[in-house]
Design a binder for this molecule. Structure first.
Ligand code: FEO
Length: 400
């Protein structure tokens, strides 16, 4: 789907589907592509709400011009300055020299730093409105969803919430743009992956924003990525609310690294014991085989997290070190932690994992296991005990 699509009264999707970028932000895989949703409102005044990545500018301009004809574009509302949405702004300004760019004070700083744009700006404050004729756009500053300048725009006539990155997901909207036209289960997986990879660190800010916009009579949720939610807008808001509060389920994620299979034996022993004790969802994930993006997504709803790693050059195995660094940066809560390490000629892995436990303050389930080279019967019995204790812990609400 590459043409303009009407999403509400006087309002069209004019965005782009990106199947070429392999990794979003050069990190996160995009097997199903991604959309950059941009919207045009045609009223007495015309307004573009968010734009697209620079490479997709020609299609955006084509769609805008097809809708506007000889009319000028009066405003571009910039809900978010990350270049996947703002990359086309400089050329839009060249194409429509009189266009006024609408953002907040923090948007203005980034506009200058990224594109040298300092003129013809309209700086709006929280709860301020911009009237286009029939449509009245009201702005809500929602910092850190996902950058400091992020805001949301609510069209009081059509009930469309232009939410920026919030409520977005990976996956191009190729065959249909609305939630009632697409396979929602696919998008829900890709939305959780997007949320957990990109937005989760700012969960408290997301929650604050959700509490504010939940008061609005929202009919349509139009994020900058993924489907437009016109059939069940409440569903996507509820998903984001639960995920951002880190409402975990009695599920177990066992994330491990293993060079020669010894640490894998520890991971499997923990997983198998938890499963025997009745934990129905046990996800065993190898950092050497699975992309961090999918590991983070699959562990996000799990109340139990077990990390198992060998020592590599006196430290944590590098791919596990990277994984742990990502997890540490996500302000994890509402989870129980279990740890296992192995070592050969030098210890290191378990000490690093214990440091992770100290920093995150996640409640640690005993025992922690440290095996020398190949696990002994006693080591495996301890893993069995960790799996059983973890299964018991998962039935309890975690302390934090
Ligand atoms: Fe879709 Fe934070 O940019």
């Amino acid at each position: 789907m590459a043409d303009k699509v009407q999403i509400a009264q006087d309002t069209w999707w004019v965005g782009a589907n990106d199947y070429d970028t392999h990794r979003f932000e050069a990190i996160w895989p995009l097997p199903g592509g991604i959309s950059y949703n941009s919207f045009l409102i045609k009223d007495e005044k015309t307004a573009l709400i968010d734009a697209v990545k620079g490479a997709f500018l020609p299609g955006l301009l084509e769609r805008i011009k097809a809708l506007l004809g000889e009319r000028p574009l009066d405003y571009v509302v910039v809900n978010h300055m990350e270049p996947d949405h703002s990359g086309a702004l400089a050329v839009i300004r060249e194409s429509f020299p009189d266009v006024v760019i609408v953002g907040n004070k923090k948007t203005a700083n980034l506009l200058e730093a990224f594109f040298g744009i300092t003129q013809r700006l309209k700086i709006v404050d929280d709860n301020e409105a911009l009237n286009l004729g029939r449509h009245n756009l009201r702005f809500f500053l929602t910092p850190m969803v996902h950058w400091p300048e992020t805001m949301m725009t609510f069209d009081e006539l059509s009930g469309v919430l232009f939410s920026g990155d919030a409520f977005g997901g990976f996956g191009a909207v190729a065959d249909g743009i609305f939630d009632d036209q697409v396979e929602t289960s696919y998008f829900e997986r890709e939305i959780l992956r997007y949320f957990s990879n990109i937005i989760a660190k700012y969960g408290d800010f997301v929650n604050k924003a959700i509490v504010r916009v939940s008061q609005l009579p929202i009919k349509v949720v139009a994020s900058t990525h993924g489907p437009i939610w016109r059939d069940r807008p409440g569903d996507i808001i509820d998903h984001y609310a639960r995920w951002s509060r880190q409402e975990t389920e009695p599920q177990l994620a066992v994330i491990y690294a293993s060079m020669y299979g010894n640490t894998r034996r520890l991971a499997e022993a923990v997983a198998s014991a938890a499963s025997r004790e009745g934990v129905k969802t046990v996800r065993v994930m190898d950092v050497s085989r699975m992309e961090p993006s999918f590991i983070i997504s699959d562990m996000w709803t799990c109340r139990g997290l077990v990390l198992a790693s060998p020592t590599y050059n006196t430290r944590l195995f590098p791919l596990m070190a990277s994984m742990v660094d990502m997890l540490q940066n996500m302000k994890l809560k509402n989870r129980f932690l279990g740890l296992a390490g192995t070592y050969g000629w030098s210890k290191g892995a378990l000490a690093a994992l214990l440091e992770f436990a100290k920093i995150t303050k996640l409640p640690l389930v005993a025992p922690t296991i440290e095996a020398h080279c190949a696990p002994t019967r006693q080591d495996l019995d301890q893993c069995d005990q960790l799996g059983r204790e973890m299964a018991r812990a998962l039935t309890q609400p975690p302390n934090r």
